[in-house]
Design a binder for this molecule. Structure first.
Ligand code: NAP
Ligand code: FE
Length: 507
């Protein structure tokens, strides 16, 4: 088995670990730059604990407590200058992802003169100050990643510095700091962690080991959904969530994130949507998109949540995230163009094109009744197991020759008898004996198939089974072609049908 996995951060966890394990800080130098947001680290006891630990080691500190949410490039340079002025030997970040990410950039910039134009280039020297992280949200996993994500006004999005130099040396996890989180921040940050675990599995760099961590993270997070939604999380659950978010951080440190983060950054940059919430609003649509070409993978992701469908996942997210923001068509076009350029897109196992991104934004944000049926026609598809609907014995093909029809000479004509159960699902009556007819295509061009006119036999039902990469798209329609329903089925099921079908003579 080929495997690459790296996790250089030492992780210590447990109630009061900052004070109890404070001696660990002594190794990093005489003076710490402490980096926090403006309020929460002072209010939840984490800053006090860090100060106690430093005092017991006779270490000095200077405090930079001006990190805003979604930290800016300017903030990173300012903090780095402050670290240099004060002669800091190492950095301790306390807070959510924002102070941790800002602190990581500061640690790099305190040791290297990197011009702003090269900040995200990936080309750096060899030095950065050692970093210690004390996370106070169960969300970003930044305490165990080599990423610092900054608001990038030039690119009108958020962009990552990614370098092993900023892997924290030490992460101290104490869930007691999380007890004062309000419901919205708790939900939004936990959904970010969930998104990391899920996206890690949807990354081109996913491995057996990262999937193991991701599935465990998803399982732990989903075990807290009810109390998270109701704002009644116990200390034990907060511990579980903090641990799960660190696991998810270990996943993305190895896999990176995908299209979901790329798209979410636009929602944060332009619409001020919290980072985790932005991911949560898009995750269901991306799962639905990925399912079209990799259904087993999506099942594997849903399994630890004990969910049987992407729709069930979307319902769950809707319950957690409440009413959605609104987007206009122009905003969707602009956000899609920006997201399509992100590095996370080619990192996605099922990489969407710009128009796929647009379709996902549309499906996530524009109410269905406002979208023209044409735009949704072939988008809103479900997977079915063909065997439940069309018994192989009732499936026949015309063997003698490939037919030449307007869609091209590649069709095999088929006749199938659908089960009663399936007939009830079709949007038109299936009539006398449940038989419908149609073609199996190995034709890639769906456009030709649907705009062409093949249903000219005077019969009143048709099915087209079209090869669509790893899966087949099965469309049933009435003769007027004004009612249709499409499903994806696994390619292997269609082959089983073809291999076991009965042949009928043409005519
Ligand atoms: P955040 O922006 O760090 O914090 C959100 C809010 O929660 C702030 O108002 C903060 O207050 C408050 N807060 C933090 N801890 C609290 C606590 N224990 N009790 C009460 N309030 C608390 O939010 P985040 O979601 O954790 O981080 C988001 C950032 O992380 C984004 O910039 C995102 O891009 C980045 N991120 C990084 C990675 C990575 O791998 N590096 C991965 C995903 C996301 P104060 O401002 O007063 O502290
Ligand atoms: Fe994130």
């Amino acid at each position: 088995m080929e495997l690459t996995y790296c996790m250089p951060t030492r992780i210590l966890s447990g109630r009061d670990c900052v004070v109890k394990k404070g001696a660990e800080l002594a190794a990093f130098g005489k003076k710490a730059l402490i980096v926090t947001g403006s309020r929460s680290a002072k209010a939840n006891g984490s800053l006090d604990d860090v100060l106690k630990a430093l005092a017991s080691n006779a270490q000095e500190y200077c405090l930079y407590d001006r990190v805003m949410s979604n930290p800016t490039i300017a903030c990173a340079y300012q903090g780095a200058a402050f670290a240099k002025q004060n002669g800091a030997d190492f950095v301790i970040a306390i807070g959510g992802g924002s102070p941790m990410d800002a602190a990581k950039a500061m640690a790099l910039l305190a040791c290297q003169d990197i011009p702003e134009a090269e900040l995200f280039s990936g080309k750096y020297g060899t030095e950065a100050l050692p970093i210690v992280c004390v996370p106070t949200t169960a969300g970003t996993g930044s305490e165990v990643t080599q990423y610092s994500i900054l608001t990038n006004d030039k690119a009108e999005t958020k962009t990552s510095i990614a370098t092993a130099l900023i892997f924290p040396k030490l992460a101290l996890l104490d869930a007691k700091y999380l007890s004062g989180l309000n419901r919205a921040t708790a939900v939004n940050t936990v959904v970010d962690a969930l998104s990391h675990a899920i996206e890690g599995m949807l990354s081109v760099r996913a491995s057996e080991l990262s999937d193991l961590l991701a599935c465990e993270s998803i399982r732990l997070i989903s075990s807290c959904f009810t109390d998270l939604s109701e704002g009644t999380l116990s200390f034990e659950q907060l511990e579980r969530l903090l641990y799960a978010s660190t696991l998810a951080g270990m996943v993305i440190a190895n896999t990176g994130t995908t299209a979901v983060h790329a798209m979410g950054y636009s929602l944060t940059y332009f619409k001020n949507v919290d980072h985790g919430r932005a991911n949560g609003l898009l995750l269901g649509e991306y799962l639905k998109f990925a399912q079209k070409t990799n259904e087993p993978l999506v099942r594997k992701i849903l399994a630890p949540m004990k969910l049987s469908s992407v729709s069930a996942f979307k319902t769950l997210m809707e319950k957690l995230l409440g009413e959605k923001e609104t987007l206009t068509g122009e905003e969707i076009a602009r956000f899609s163009a920006i997201a399509a350029k992100a590095r996370n897109i080619p990192n996605s196992a099922v990489a969407p094109s710009e128009s796929d991104i647009q379709a996902m934004f549309t499906a996530a944000f524009i109410p269905e009744e406002a979208v023209s049926p044409a735009a949704l026609r072939h988008y809103d598809l479900e997977f079915i197991r063909l065997e439940n609907y069309i018994p192989a014995a009732h499936f026949r093909t015309v063997p003698s020759k490939l037919r030449t029809v307007p869609g091209g000479p590649t069709e095999i004509r088929v006749e199938m008898e659908v089960s009663q159960k399936f007939a009830e699902k079709l949007p038109f009556p299936v009539g006398w004996d449940g038989k419908i007819w149609g073609y199996v295509h190995d034709n890639e061009s769906l456009k030709d198939i649907f705009s062409g006119d093949m249903a000219t036999d005077g019969k009143n039902k048709a099915v087209y089974i079209n090869d669509w990469g790893e899966n087949f798209l099965v469309t049933f329609e009435n003769r007027e072609r004004n009612k249709e329903v499409s499903y994806f089925v696994l390619a292997k099921e269609v082959s089983v049908l073809l291999n076991t079908c009965r042949f009928v003579l043409e005519g």
